[in-house]
Design a binder for this molecule. Structure first.
Ligand SMILES: NC(=O)c1ccc[n+]([C@@H]2O[C@H](COP(=O)([O-])OP(=O)(O)OC[C@H]3O[C@@H](n4cnc5c(N)ncnc54)[C@H](O)[C@@H]3O)[C@@H](O)[C@H]2O)c1
Length: 193
């Protein structure tokens, strides 16, 4: 359904959506935004008024672009010859079996492979995986990276200063300042006591 949102933005008409419990069809176009809100409220797309429930196998319904985005092997040797789409965009991983792929090729149906088509999802999953194995949130992940970068910059500045012979003088000045600061603080404590 989320893919349908972007397809609609690009000017497509989403005519059918199939989920595990129900399939919806509306040749005039389904309002994907409204359907998403409906699903958030009801936890299902069943009962949505903007389309009709159908028992038809939507994989075989005539359309320009078919997006199998649920399970593996949904397009196989049994149904590949009956697919009526011109383009298949593989949202799921491995939705087309090798046997079906051969049939689709012979019928000149363009298949956009999963490796390319759902790469964005895989990339996002990789970051989720990293976050999980490190037991840290995204904010902390970038914080760690940023502080590492800052430390690297400071280390490189210190090295350059050392090479230029400036660092010793700067460290000596810093020690002097720290000592005088400590004296002032202990003086204050003394007065306050
Ligand atoms: N989540 C990711 O980051 C990601 C990235 C790349 C690829 N994928 C692939 O996309 C596919 C779906 O993953 P997901 O994360 O979106 O899962 P999900 O559980 O969020 O969504 C699966 C959807 O498929 C529907 N569904 C399940 N069985 C069905 C059936 N028999 N007929 C019709 N619809 C059915 C469900 O109703 C649900 O809406 C998988 O093949 C997965 O490997 C996921």
């Amino acid at each position: 359904m989320y893919a349908g949102h972007f397809f609609k933005q690009a000017g497509c008409k989403v005519i059918g959506i199939k989920e595990a419990d129900v399939a919806l069809l509306n040749e005039e176009g389904i309002d994907v935004g409204e359907l998403a809100s409906y699903k958030r409220l009801n936890n299902t797309i069943k009962g949505f008024k903007g389309a009709k429930e159908t028992k038809e196998d939507l994989l075989l319904h005539p359309c320009d672009i078919l997006i199998p985005a649920a399970v593996e092997k949904s397009i196989n040797s049994e149904n590949a010859a009956k697919i009526q789409a011109k383009i298949i965009a593989e949202g799921a991983n491995g939705p087309t079996t090798p046997a079906a792929d051969a049939v689709l090729q012979s019928r000149k149906i363009l298949v956009i492979p999963d490796l390319y088509c759902n790469a964005g999802g895989v990339t996002a999953s990789y970051f989720e995986y990293l976050k999980n194995i490190n037991h840290i949130s995204f904010g902390k992940l970038s914080f760690r990276q940023e502080s590492q970068n800052l430390r690297e910059v400071l280390r490189s500045v210190e090295e350059s200063l050392k090479e230029a012979g400036v660092l010793r003088q700067a460290q000596a000045n810093r020690r002097t300042q720290t000592l005088s600061g400590q004296r002032q603080r202990s003086g204050c404590r003394g007065l306050g006591a």
